[in-house]
Design a binder for this molecule. Sequence first.
Ligand code: CLF
Ligand code: SF4
Length: 298
Amino acid sequence: MDEKLQERIAKHPCYSEEAHHHYARMHVAVAPACNIQCNYCNRKYDCANESRPGVVSELLTPEEAAHKVLVIAGKIPQMTVLGIAGPGDPLANPEKTFRTFELIADKAPDIKLCLSTNGLMLPEYVDRIKQLNIDHVTITLNTIDPEIGAQIYSWVHYKRRRYRGAEGARILLEKQMEGLQALREADILCKVNSVMIPGINDQHLVEVNKMIREQGAFLHNIMPLISAPEHGTHFGLTGQRGPSQKELKSVQDQCSGNMKMMRHCRQCRADAVGLLGEDRSQEFTKDKFLEMAPEYDF
Ligand code: CLF
Ligand code: SF4
């Protein structure tokens, strides 16, 4: 890996495995709406693309979110990254998402900005993402085959129309590919998350991996489907199981010859705070952080 790239990921706990022991990230839950319906998601809870499903995060306004970031950055010195990853899709809530990033870029310019999306609206916003200096973007891309996509997505809402089945999955894939290419052209580091769903896309993820590598993605994070019936997701209700640790590792190993694989993902909450694997979100609930004065100094 060249030195410049090394420097760009050195303090990002998700993009660099080494960094996750020393640097922390936080998420702010400012984006409630979504423009697609994944069969592993229940909208009452956090976006399951980037997060652990079944968790309810407290929604914030951009101003509350900026206050929270400044409070936490003052209290946790290892805090280097602010991510927006839900509870819906950040780019289905562009005003809230970009306003939050603007406020933080203005008040805390040394915090790296990170965004996670299903990719449907990515082509429209890559310029804005670049302008705001957001250097790390994650796309959740579970398949490159619309027929498989029809089993993962129940609908896709694009430009005021709802598309179902393979038709919807095809539109989503087209936009994800355009988005991937636009990120590459803009020199923004792109990680791809894929949710591994046994019997649906597990055997296909090696092809996904090959394609995203060719398209310039930097890192691939294959995450296990979590589908507890009590979360009320379509997959939970139909009894779709998640992979075992062994099955997950086997697919990750098959892909690891091709590109860098992320294996330290902790499937965070949309309001996660702290080092990966430690959850300090309850120390900074709205009733608490609004009472605290920001002490962040840069
Ligand atoms: Fe957050 Fe995601 Fe940015 Fe990291 S999380 S938006 S890239 S700052 Fe990281 Fe958490 Fe896994 Fe996501 S461990 S769920 S990969
Ligand atoms: Fe849920 Fe995220 Fe999928 Fe939207 S993109 S349906 S919030 S998992």
